[in-house]
Write a protein that binds this ligand. Structure first.
Ligand code: ASP
Length: 437
């Protein structure tokens, strides 16, 4: 058994958390490769080291502000080192980083140092080798990840060492320029390392006991999902559930490596397992609905034209207007003489222009717009072939006095989407949650 373990920023925010992390790693000899984030928040008003590094970089022309912020970063790391009683040479490294940030480094370089320094401290504290991500995570000169070269580099480098700490979030181009992933990208590094060493499991340790069945800000008593497929998770995170960095799923999924989300502060909790397939037995245990996610801020634009059902090319004309305006749509339900476009409101820069373009291109009789629409996705592989699920959803919504403006079910029957007024959003999510609890 071989495991790659990634610890998020809140799991490595201070010495106390480093101690928990060491205990977790030492408890299981299979946990051989460790991917850390930069120190996150210790309390809600605290600052993440990555944010401080960006602040420093963008304020380097205001030397006083730069120095004040850099001092905060230095203090964070020195305190961790002192509390743990290790010396990983971070003080000297900070001197070099300060100089680089002021005179030549890029913003990616600056941001990456959070993980770099945390990785060095963690490696010293665990007493295992540190492998710089700049040597194994390969980006091309345009700043795009090169997954094939990354896999080879990781495999070759990590073959030399039984155990190692590899910092998350960054890599480098063949010419040595540091490139970071987008925010939260240490999850991606963890997934890539899991592929590189052909791990049996990728454990992602964070500060929640797994992926919850609904957003806890909306459904207070939401409990964790025990097991979820990559596809279900993709649907849930697309619709707003925050679990892992979206791009982190792909590498592990391609190699069929399961991912386990775990809580550093409650390691005894089972967490959430992300896998390719679930068995009938597992579906029976967890219920037919795996999770509910939702997003506000949509609008529905309905085009109406007499005899539309006879007109070939009407849909193409409407969609080509979206294409020329660089817009995408979420859903496109249609009636005999109507066609509706469900779109994310914030993506539409000039509403009047869009409506004028649609009227002109499609020669519509009228256009109607509904604003403040929320979409709710009820996701579950167990819904396929199961009768009565939609009926239960709609009955629950009706009982909660929620009007459904539109609904859509993908033909894979894994997902039922309903559109409701923004104001009904919490009531709707809670009603569906209660029904399938
Ligand atoms: N430290 C980076 C961030 O705050 C990357 C990560 O934590 O995954 O976004």
């Amino acid at each position: 058994m071989l495991k790659v373990v990634k610890f998020g920023g809140s799991s490595l925010a201070d010495a106390e958390h480093f101690r928990k992390v060491r205990q977790i790693i030492e408890e299981d000899p299979a946990r051989r490769y460790v991917v850390p984030s930069a120190p996150g928040k210790r309390f809600s008003a605290d600052e993440k080291v990555t944010d401080l590094l960006y602040q420093c970089y963008y304020n380097k022309n205001d030397r006083q502000l730069f120095d004040e912020t850099f001092q905060k970063i230095t203090d964070r790391y020195m305190q961790i080192e002192n509390d743990l009683g290790v010396d990983s040479g971070v003080r000297e490294a900070l001197e070099e980083i300060r100089y680089e940030m002021l005179f030549q480094g890029t913003s990616d370089y600056a941001a990456s140092r959070g993980e770099y320094l945390n990785g060095r401290i963690l490696a010293a504290y665990l007493g295992i080798p540190f492998v710089d991500a700049a040597k194994v995570i390969v980006f091309d000169e345009n700043g795009k990840l090169n997954p094939a070269l990354t896999e080879i580099s990781l495999r070759e480098k990590l073959r030399e060492t039984e155990r190692a700490v590899i910092p998350g979030f960054y890599g480098a181009t063949p010419s040595g320029r540091i490139v970071t992933f987008s925010r939260g990208g240490s999850d991606i590094t963890g997934s890539l390392v899991a592929v590189g060493v052909k791990a049996d499991l990728y454990e992602n340790w964070t500060d929640v006991s797994g992926c919850l069945k609904a957003d806890p800000r909306v459904v207070k008593r939401a409990t964790p999902i025990s097991i979820v497929t990559y596809n279900e998770l993709r649907e849930l995170s697309y619709m707003g559930a925050s679990v892992m960095h979206e791009e982190a799923i792909y590498p592990a999924r391609q190699m069929n490596i399961p991912i386990q989300i775990m809580n550093t502060n409650k390691p005894e909790d089972p967490g959430t397992k992300i896998v390719a397939r679930v068995t009938k037995e597992q579906i029976r245990e967890r219920g037919i609905v795996t999770g509910i996610a939702g997003k506000r801020g949509f609008c529905i634009i309905t085009l109406e034209k007499n005899m539309m059902h006879n007109e070939i090319g009407f849909g193409r004309k409407a969609l080509s207007v979206l294409e020329t305006n660089g817009l995408s749509f979420e859903h496109m339900p249609s009636g005999i003489d109507t066609l509706s476009l469900v779109m994310e409101e914030r993506t539409i820069r000039d509403f009047d222009q869009l409506l004028a373009d649609l009227t002109q291109a499609c020669q519509t009789d009228s256009i109607e717009v509904i604003h403040h629409v929320s979409l709710i996705a009820v996701v579950g592989q167990g819904m396929a072939g199961q009768k009565g699920t939609a009926a239960r959803i709609f009955t629950a919504l009706a009982k909660a006095d929620v009007n459904v403006m539109m609904f859509d079910q993908g033909s894979n029957e894994m997902n039922i989407i309903v559109a409701v007024d923004d104001e009904d959003f919490p009531a709707a999510v809670n009603a569906v949650y209660d029904e399938f609890e």
